[in-house]
Design a binder for this molecule. Structure first.
Ligand code: SF4
Length: 292
């Protein structure tokens, strides 16, 4: 399938909307909104040089991050709830976003980092195509919760150079309770396989900047060692242990998290220590651990 056909297929999944595994089937072109609450027009919260990603994605000047408004997951602890769940942001056309991407490139961005773009994929991918035609030559990062449909991921082949995905829950109980994401472990395992198939393991250039590949993030929760253990088991089963894992310790109980005793605090040093031990025990040697 060529890139025009891929974009056309993405638009056919837009309305009725089947862009993510929640498969709402709402007619977005008629003004209906699904679980993510995204409308027809692409909306972003910000576009900026961003230093909060893993070292190979940041380089000297930062990652060219584009934060999309809305999200298909309803995480009770979301730090970005203002734009992810309340939809704060500004509408942006495809041509305008292509211009923004080129500006980020001029400012020295190490990549273009599409953060939670699932619900606007037809427009986001059209934007990449236009920006490429106009001189964009940076790697494109697809920064995702991992809760993606394989059929949709297949349509991204060739547009995405780096998949930066979460694998946050090892049990469907936690995924439903804290993110309203049914069948999470099955969905994310399948998505992971497809991403790995497309881009393989992480490759960096001589300066250590990521050019292609997959990075998996695991956000460590308080009382979450069982979630970590099961996540690693599932990752190992899906794609083995060579993949780069980013173990994140930055969890803060914001938004609605204080309503849940289990996750109503930060993680402890002891939990992080035990987590790094579990990671090694499973045989994952590549990646990063964010220390407290
Ligand atoms: S992208 Fe939004 S509207 Fe479409 S299926 Fe997912 S949650 Fe529903």
């Amino acid at each position: 399938m060529n890139s025009t056909a891929q974009i056309k297929s993405l638009y056919t999944l837009f309305s009725p909307c089947y862009l993510c595994p929640l498969n709402c089937g709402v007619s977005r072109l008629k003004g209906e909104r699904g679980i993510c609450n995204a409308g027809v027009k692409m909306k972003i919260s910000s576009a900026t040089l961003y230093f909060g990603e893993e070292p190979p994605l940041v380089g000297s000047y930062g990652s060219g991050a584009i934060f999309f408004s809305y999200c298909n997951l309803k995480c009770v602890y979301c730090q970005n709830y203002n734009f992810s769940q309340n939809g704060v942001g500004k509408y942006v056309s495809i041509t305008k976003l292509a211009k923004i991407m080129l500006e980020l490139q001029e400012r020295g961005a190490a990549n273009i980092n599409l953060i939670t773009a699932t619900h606007f994929l037809p427009q986001a991918v059209s934007t990449i195509k236009i920006a490429r035609k106009n001189g964009l030559n940076l790697p494109i990062v697809y920064n995702t919760s991992g809760y993606e449909s394989v059929a949709v991921l297949k349509l991204l082949k060739g547009f995405i150079d780096i998949y930066l995905t979460d694998f946050r829950y090892g049990t469907n109980e936690w995924a439903v309770k804290y993110s309203s994401a049914p069948f999470y472990t099955e969905v994310v395992s399948a998505a992971l396989k497809e991403m790995y198939l497309q881009v393989g393991n992480l490759k960096v250039n001589r300066s250590g900047i990521a050019k292609r590949g997959l990075i998996i993030r695991h956000l460590l929760f308080p009382n979450g060692l069982n979630e970590l253990t099961n996540s690693l088991k599932l990752i190992k089963k899906a794609i083995g242990t060579d993949v780069y894992i980013s173990l994140m310790s930055q969890y803060v109980p914001v938004f609605k998290a204080m309503n849940y005793k289990e996750i109503g605090r930060r993680i402890s040093k002891n939990e992080l220590l035990r987590a790094s031990f579990i990671l090694r025990k499973f045989g994952f040697k590549n990646g990063w651990i964010q220390y407290l």
